[in-house]
Ligand binder design. Structure first.
Ligand SMILES: [Ca+2]
Ligand SMILES: [Ca+2]
Length: 265
């Protein structure tokens, strides 16, 4: 889609009483939509559906493409994607910490965000996924492969920190998901990919008590089988003590526990 873009302008200040207030060109950005973030900086989409945010260091390209961005006073950022399907566009929420977009609905023509971060859309309500449902599943044990009976719920309603995800699962009478073998890991990743493809999920592994000593939260056992991604765990950034499973790779990364990820109980 290559629409015409336009100058981004702002209303100038009154220079002296009685003078006219002029609209000044902020910059020619080939802009097609504009919003203002909670720090008072403009974000635009342009005629190539790129997203650009004004920062202290000038314009910064935000990953992803969108036809429109909307930001709440609490800093919640939503976007409509660039593919008009049926009655509207896909609705995406931005995870600023991890710089990733998560799809939360579809079928929207326009979007605005309230002060509390609640999105409002114009769209076909029967296609809304917001709020997304958790994705529950279970399988019986498969003694030939030595896997346990597992019940899993993949939570893609709202990303949480590891501690919040851990507390959430425990309040449901469970734990963050664990895996003890490639068979169990394959079951988890295959199932999660059916709910939402190629995401990071918190699982019940951490080395919070002692650096480098990784254990599972459900029975405090040591991680014998972990399927770490290449060069992980690296305890980077500084202090990564919680296990995030990346289902595209079927591999685990140690990550900063405050990062907000989807999770599996
Ligand atoms: Ca660590
Ligand atoms: Ca890491």
């Amino acid at each position: 889609m290559m629409n015409k873009g336009y100058n981004l302008k702002f209303r100038g200040e009154k220079v002296k009483s009685g003078s006219n207030v002029e609209w000044k060109t902020f910059e020619n950005m080939e802009a097609t939509s504009v919003t203002v973030d909670n720090e008072g900086n403009p974000w635009i989409t342009n005629n190539k559906n790129e997203i650009w945010a004004w920062t202290n260091e000038g314009w910064k390209r935000v990953q992803g493409i969108a036809s429109k961005v909307a930001i709440g006073a609490d800093g919640s950022i939503f976007a409509l994607d660039d593919k008009l399907i049926g009655d509207g566009y896909g609705i995406w929420k931005y995870d600023s910490k991890n710089q990733k977009w998560h799809k939360v609905g579809e079928g929207a023509k326009d979007i605005a965000v309230g002060d509390d971060g609640k999105p409002y859309i114009i769209g076909a309500t029967d296609k809304l996924l917001w709020p997304e449902k958790a994705c529950p599943g279970s399988w019986s044990d498969d003694s030939s492969s030595g896997s346990r009976r597992m019940q899993i719920t993949v939570h893609i309603e709202e990303p949480k920190s590891w501690d919040d995800a851990h507390a959430f699962c425990q309040a449901q009478g469970g734990n963050l998901a664990t895996f003890r073998s490639q068979t169990e890991l394959d079951k988890l990743t295959n199932y999660a990919n059916k709910c939402i493809a190629d995401e990071f999920f918190w699982v019940g592994a951490n080395d919070k008590e002692r650096e480098g000593k990784w254990s599972w939260t459900d029975d405090k056992s040591t991680l014998d089988f972990a399927s770490w991604a290449e060069e992980e765990p690296n305890n980077d950034d500084p202090g990564e003590h919680c296990g995030g499973l990346y289902t595209e790779e079927g591999a685990m990364y140690d990550q900063v526990c405050d990062a907000e990820l989807f999770f599996m109980c």
